[in-house]
Design a protein around this ligand. Structure first.
Ligand code: PGA
Length: 252
């Protein structure tokens, strides 16, 4: 089965009701359909209802940027996978490097979040990636292997089938410094081979997207690489024209 493309916008902590409306309207208008590709926006929690009301019935899906590993209970400030599902989310980002570094999420917590997302039939977008120091120490593959193995260890390799993997080198996020297509391809191929060690069919089918300073002008060369199936887009997802062209670049 040939893989289709996928692009998700990660709005992070940006936006307000008025700006979101403009951005969502422009995206819907700009993406009447996509060929062999799909797209989504991951918005801050308070705007899920707005995303749902604007995007329902369009070609643009929506999701959250994080999720609790717990179902319910005394966890002040947390949002469960069931709550995201209540607002029609298809996707949720788990293990973004900002969550890992700023909020201390380790591989185990990320794996539990992945599991709780899938229990509510959400598709987790699992972020993996190395820091600059780790890359310079030649530890990239080891770091990514540990991030992947924690998830596979908890949920099993078969669960990877209903997920998207996002390779996001930490040094490329929000820095304007993109991995070269070859650097990204090498890690994507490694991720695929790591999954293939468990199940080659799932490895061949799973979408692996790249994130880290993807823009309209560098998306085509990145997405042309054999193991890069699309992107997870931060800054450029806040600019309708940029995001729309990136989505089109993921078509095949
Ligand atoms: P960026 O962010 O596109 O602004 O580098 C990507 C991400 O953090 O998902």
């Amino acid at each position: 089965m040939a893989r289709t493309g996928f692009v998700a916008g990660n709005w992070k902590m940006h936006g307000n009701l008025v700006q979101n409306q403009e951005l969502l309207d422009a995206i819907v208008l700009g993406i009447p359909s996509l060929q062999n590709a799909s797209c989504a926006v991951c918005v801050p929690y308070p705007y899920l209802a707005q995303a749902q009301s604007v995007l329902k019935g369009t070609h643009v899906a929506w999701g959250g940027q994080d999720v609790s590993q717990y179902h319910q209970g005394a966890y002040t400030g947390e949002v469960s996978a069931g709550m995201l599902a209540d607002f029609g989310c298809c996707y949720v980002i788990v293990g973004h490097s900002e969550r890992r570094t700023l909020y201390g999420e380790d591989n185990q917590v990320v794996a539990e979040k992945f599991r709780s997302a899938q229990e509510q039939s959400l598709i987790p977008i699992l972020c993996v990636g190395e820091t600059l120091a780790q890359r310079e120490a030649n530890d990239t593959e080891q770091v990514i292997a540990m991030q992947l193995d924690a998830v596979i260890g908890l949920v099993g390799a078969d669960a990877i089938k209903h997920s998207v993997i996002a390779y996001e080198p930490v040094w490329a996020i929000g820095t304007g410094k993109t991995a070269t297509p070859q650097q990204a391809q090498d890690v994507h191929a490694f991720v695929r081979s790591r999954i293939a060690a468990h199940n080659s069919e799932i490895a061949a089918d799973v979408q692996i997207v790249y994130g880290g300073s993807v823009k309209a002008n560098n998306a085509p060369e990145l997405f042309a690489m054999p193991d890069i199936d699309g992107g997870l887009i931060g800054g450029a997802s806040l600019v309708a024209a940029e995001f729309i062209s990136i989505c089109f670049a993921a078509q095949s």
